[in-house]
Design a protein around this ligand. Structure first.
Ligand SMILES: [Fe+2]
Ligand SMILES: [Fe+2]
Ligand SMILES: [Fe+2]
Ligand SMILES: [Fe+2]
Length: 304
């Protein structure tokens, strides 16, 4: 859901202070952009590892299942949450709702319709159908958030009842789509859904802290739909989950890339523009990812 919302932040000139949240005031545009890429990657890794953990259990590798779930927690509760704090993602309830409305509007009006058209043209009717259904859901999410925003800003009316997620199981399987463009769009969509889930859980925590449990429920219910329905049904079509051996190999490749290439590059860029706190975060996170790669490698060695 974040693409439209973050686009606003990222188009600010590099030397102009942010006006929305204190934490972002000093950050340069490149640093903010790198933090957004980080949050998407971490949210995606966390959601994927939880599914890989379920598959490991299915294959009777309980220790590997545990490792995937513990790592998923670190990606979400440490890496993503720290990046979100540095980027100033969470604001007042009203600001959080506006950010959520922007994201849902972009997904509803632009992103999923475009993906559906492309999938139809590329001969992937199942993906076209899914993207169209999700587009409709995002429209309902936007409408509920708009109603909630009116309640929060005027004190009148009722926060809508949260949507209920129909949990979609994600068994191991090959991709069910043909076109490279559909696969790329599924990947983009899964990153967006994983980030939307994570952000809404942060917004829910803020709503609860500020004494608005009905708003917390709305964010949590919507977060559940993003992860357990949208992300999950896209993961089925994308063939995200394979055998545990393949899942481990893919996780190792991702962790090594983050440890040796991605986060060191982000750290260097943050240092170059004087965003030293963020640079420190990227260096610490790179070190964590190297440990994740090692732990996954050990799990892989024990499979043989
Ligand atoms: Fe991470
Ligand atoms: Fe949504
Ligand atoms: Fe969604
Ligand atoms: Fe990691």
């Amino acid at each position: 859901m974040s693409q439209a919302a973050t686009a606003v932040a990222l188009t600010l000139p590099a030397d102009q202070p942010q006006t929305t949240h204190t934490a972002t005031r000093a950050l340069r545009a490149q640093t903010l952009s790198d933090l957004t890429v980080t949050m998407k990657g971490e949210a995606f890794a966390s959601a994927s590892y939880n599914l890989f953990g379920t598959e490991a259990d299915r294959e009777a590798h309980p220790a590997t299942g545990k490792l995937f779930r513990a790592t998923a927690q670190t990606e979400l509760n440490e890496h993503l949450h720290q990046a979100a704090a540095l980027a100033g993602v969470v604001g007042t309830n009203a600001a959080n709702l506006r950010q959520a409305i922007n994201g849902e509007t972009y997904e509803h009006q632009v992103m999923y319709h475009g993906f559906a058209d492309q999938a139809r043209n590329d001969g992937d009717p199942e993906a076209a159908k899914l993207f169209t259904e999700i587009a409709a859901d995002e429209g309902r999410h936007r409408d509920a958030y708009r109603t909630a925003l009116t309640v929060v800003t005027t004190g009148r009316g009722t926060i809508p009842t949260p949507p209920k997620a129909d949990t979609v199981p994600v068994p191991a399987g090959l991709p069910k789509v043909k076109a490279a463009r559909t696969k790329a769009n599924l990947d983009t969509a899964m990153h967006g859904e994983a980030l939307a889930h994570a952000k809404y859980m942060l917004f829910a925590a803020r709503a609860r802290q500020t004494g608005n449990p009905a708003l917390a429920h709305l964010f949590e219910g919507t977060a559940g739909v993003e992860l357990h329905e949208h992300f999950a049904s896209e993961a089925v079509l994308a063939g995200l989950v394979r055998t545990t051996k393949t899942n481990l190999n893919r996780a190792i490749t991702g962790e090594r890339n983050e440890a040796t290439t991605l986060y060191p590059r982000f750290a260097k860029r943050a240092t170059a523009v004087g965003d030293e706190a963020v640079a420190g975060f990227f260096r610490d996170t790179a070190a964590d990812e190297a440990k994740h790669a090692t732990a996954f490698q050990q799990a892989l060695n024990q499979l043989h």
